[in-house]
Design a protein around this ligand. Structure first.
Ligand code: NAD
Length: 476
């Protein structure tokens, strides 16, 4: 049985904890039990990390493609060996079910393996020039990266923050979420154990605003990579702009799901209900606004509620559980505000709408319909186990609703009509679109949004390119 590991930071190759540092308690969201005490960085810790990241960058940018590939593929192999142990740690600190956590470990292993190959394909160009002249376009690592990742994918997010920069030859100071530190440290450990020099990737924790201000005002950091809410993303983008740092911003969404009346309703429900309540809905690409054509609306909302009600909610470590708790105390509070507000505004509550149990942060799988468009929940990312289902007359109305919000991360559409599939693909403003599918990612696929959902991509060749800068060299 895996026990929860001691917590620390990794700065310049040293395990850092204790001293006069402030600490933060880490909780198991299923039980409320304290798992450990996390040390928080002070200004001297952050300065040390910056100086080490500078040194780490100078050496790692000169590493060979083979050296980088060996580290990444070695870490992927170690993650596969450690998958069960890491999954248990992630479930303990974040709450998601064990199978979901295990998939996350394997997703990181897949990403590291992908980048182990992609590093050999970081080609430049040579331009046509007369004899004696030479012009080349080359890609170089952008420099030390400050990477801030959230708690909802405690293993996957740190994996994304580390894989591409390491493949590109950058160094990284990672501040992953304070709520889920052990998972992030597990990912970093796999890279160290595979031979990554320890000043190339470091882990700090702290008061988020203190850490981000300190790192983003340092000229050593050349890129910000952030995953989290739009509100914090806008704040950090402004800080980064002051020093013209490059940015990759993976921000919030409000996933639209267009369900046209030619579909097999039971098939769509069997797929989408699982996708909705995965990780208690705390997923940036979660299907959220179900935009359903009138003729199938009644059957759809009733079928959704029936399936949601039947889900087994409990501790993610229990093999029979289908949905765990929410990750922290802020989330059930947010559900009460958003769902309560919608019901007050006239929405119909079909199931859920309440906290569950008397320990941990459980919230029942919830289904609302006929929600007024001006209710907060129809405009703000709910990030929780709630499906919002409204009826629409035709494709024009459905596409208009999908594009109504300033978000554009993921959208989904269900129809067998090929013309309609093409229309949706053309007209819906989104970074990722699943047509008759919820599979919208992969190690080789760019992951990212448009509008307020951010800019830049992670994963795929695009994720690697985002860690490179271009230099044109002309020799006379
Ligand atoms: P939040 O915006 O306060 O925090 C999100 C993440 O950003 C956390 O990991 C946090 O530590 C970090 N963060 C916050 N302030 C920061 C700062 N000044 N500098 C650096 N990092 C900072 O939100 P939260 O309460 O943790 O979650 C609430 C909302 O965040 C959700 O409703 C959802 O909209 C959004 N969220 C989105 C994602 C995503 O994958 N896009 C992930 C988690 C949360």
């Amino acid at each position: 049985m895996t026990s929860y590991p001691p917590l620390h930071m990794y700065i310049d190759g040293e395990v850092v904890s204790g001293g006069s540092r402030r600490t933060q308690a880490i909780f198991n969201p299923a039980t409320g039990e304290t798992l450990g005490e996390l040390p928080l960085a002070d200004a001297a810790d952050l300065d040390r990390a910056l100086e080490a990241a500078q040194r780490g960058f100078r050496t790692w940018r000169n590493s060979t493609a083979q050296e980088r590939a060996t580290v990444l593929s070695g870490a992927a192999r170690l993650l596969t060996e450690r998958a069960d142990e890491l999954a248990r740690i992630a479930t303990m600190e974040e709450g998601k079910t064990l199978p979901e956590a295990r998939i996350e470990v394997m997703m990181v292993a897949g990403l590291f393996n992908f980048y182990a190959g992609e590093v050999f394909r970081t080609y430049g160009r040579e331009l046509v020039r007369p004899a004696g002249q030479r012009s080349t376009v080359r890609y170089e690592p952008v420099g030390p990266v400050a990477a801030f990742s959230p708690w909802n994918f405690p293993l996957g997010n740190p994996g994304r923050k580390l894989g591409a920069p390491i493949a590109a030859g950058c160094s990284v100071i990672m501040k992953s979420a304070e709520e889920t530190p052990a998972s992030a440290l597990g990912i970093l450990q796999s890279l160290y154990d595979a031979g990554l020099p320890k000043n190339v990737a470091q882990a700090v924790f702290g008061v988020p605003d203190e850490v981000s201000r300190h790192l983003l005002t340092s000229p050593i950091i050349r890129k910000l990579s952030f995953t989290g809410s739009t509100v914090i993303g806008k704040h950090l983008a402004k800080l980064a702009a002051d020093d013209m740092k490059r940015t990759t911003m993976e921000l919030g969404g409000h996933g639209a799901v267009l369900v046209f009346d030619d579909v097999d309703v039971d098939h769509v429900l069997n797929t989408m209900v699982g996708a909705k309540y995965r990780n208690s809905g705390q997923v940036c690409v979660s299907p959220t606004r179900f935009i359903v054509q009138e003729d199938i609306y009644e059957k759809f909302r009733m079928g959704f509620a029936e399936r949601a009600k039947a889900l087994k909610v409990g501790n993610g470590l229990d093999a029979s559980v289908q949905m765990g708790p929410m990750a922290n105390a802020r989330r059930p509070d947010a559900m009460e505000r958003l769902i309560g507000g919608a019901v007050k505004a006239g929405a119909r509550l079909h199931t859920g709408g309440e906290r569950l149990g008397n320990q941990g942060y459980f919230y029942a799988p919830t289904v609302l319909s006929e929600i007024p468009l001006d209710a907060d929940i129809m405009n703000e990312e709910p990030f929780g186990p709630v499906a919002l289902i409204n009826p629409y007359r035709n494709a024009d109305d459905m596409i208009a609703e999908a594009n109504r919000l300033p978000y554009g991360l993921a959208a989904y559409a269900w129809t067998d009509d090929v013309k309609m599939q093409r229309r949706v693909a053309h007209d819906v403003e989104t970074g990722m679109l699943g047509i008759n599918s919820t599979m919208i990612g992969g190690a080789d696929a760019p992951f990212g949004g448009v509008k307020w959902s951010g800019h830049g991509h992670e994963d795929g060749p695009e994720g690697l390119m985002a860690c490179l800068v271009l230099k044109a060299v002309h020799e006379g």
